[in-house]
Ligand binder design. Structure first.
Ligand code: OAD
Length: 249
């Protein structure tokens, strides 16, 4: 028996999805793990092993050592360019077509959902592919790599930084509001590949539970959400999501 055949999706979850009008999905770094993008709480290997992401992903870290922070994001941007969306990303892009409303919310900054064909992704933590001016905040589409690290803003000569949300910074207001509205409006909420440790994203499944919506956790490991969620699907998203889509017929 292959690993895929061993995966079973509970019948009542399949029934619930078949009659669902609105499905909302929150993804985290785990969905991109099978593409080769390390998760945040994985032990990193190589050059960056000694840096904790929480220590680099702050405005204070950028002020202290802008070159180090810029280089770390350059490393991640280059890594993401070389990888491909996996079966989990692709299954979610297919799943969207089955429901009247499908809200895909991600904490990831890698753009892999869009590359797999998902449209209208709510990116709560920004996107690695964009940069903005640290001083004035405007988004910069083109900049010169003249050896200055970080490169300078072509408009005001300020320092450039990635357009991602760092610890201590506010999430995009409209995206966050849409995500919370979806959590309480949906018929089923999925939390996929997230450790549930970073707020406010981690509050979304709890908001869905408070609104009486079934919450499905998909993760190979238990998380703080596990004991509260309605269904637990234990395993890798790249293996489970295609089986779930197939189960819907
Ligand atoms: P984490 O690295 O905290 O958690 C990744 C989760 O994915 C863990 O619970 C793993 O068990 C699970 N996982 C690993 N492989 C998987 C697979 N193949 N399929 C499904 N799940 C798998 O990542 P996030 O929860 O996304 O924020 O982290 C949240 C935020 O913390 C990030 O967006 C980032 C980070 O610091 C900022 O940078 C602001």
């Amino acid at each position: 028996m292959s690993a895929a055949q061993a995966i079973t999706i509970p019948d009542d979850l399949v029934d619930c999805l078949r009659s669902a009008r609105h499905v909302a999905v929150l993804t985290g770094a785990g969905i991109s793990a099978e593409s080769g993008v390390p998760t945040f709480r994985d032990a990193l290997s190589g050059l960056w092993a000694k840096y904790r992401p929480e220590v680099l992903a702050t405005p204070e870290a950028f002020v202290r050592n802008p070159g180090l922070v810029w280089e770390w994001y350059t490393w991640r941007r280059e890594l993401v360019r070389t990888v491909q969306p996996n079966e989990g990303h692709r299954a979610l892009a297919r799943l969207a077509d089955r429901f009247e409303t499908f809200t895909l919310i991600t904490q990831n900054v890698d753009g892999l959902h869009q590359r797999a064909g998902s449209r209208e992704v709510i990116e709560l933590h920004g996107n690695l592919a964009r940069v903005k001016c640290f001083e004035q905040g405007h988004i910069i589409a083109d900049w010169q790599e003249d050896g200055t690290v970080p490169p300078r803003c072509p408009r005001c000569q300020g320092r450039l930084r990635p357009d991602v949300v760092w610890f201590g910074e506010a999430l995009p207001e409209a995206g966050l509001a849409a995500a919370f509205a979806a959590a309480s409006d949906c018929d089923v909420f999925f939390a996929i590949g997230t450790s549930g440790l970073v707020h406010p994203a981690a509050d979304l499944p709890l908001a869905a539970l408070r609104a009486g919506r079934p919450v499905v956790e998909l993760n190979p490991e238990p998380t703080p959400l596990s004991r509260r969620c309605t269904y637990q699907l234990r395993g890798n998203s790249g293996a489970i999501l295609p089986v779930l889509v197939a189960a819907l017929g």
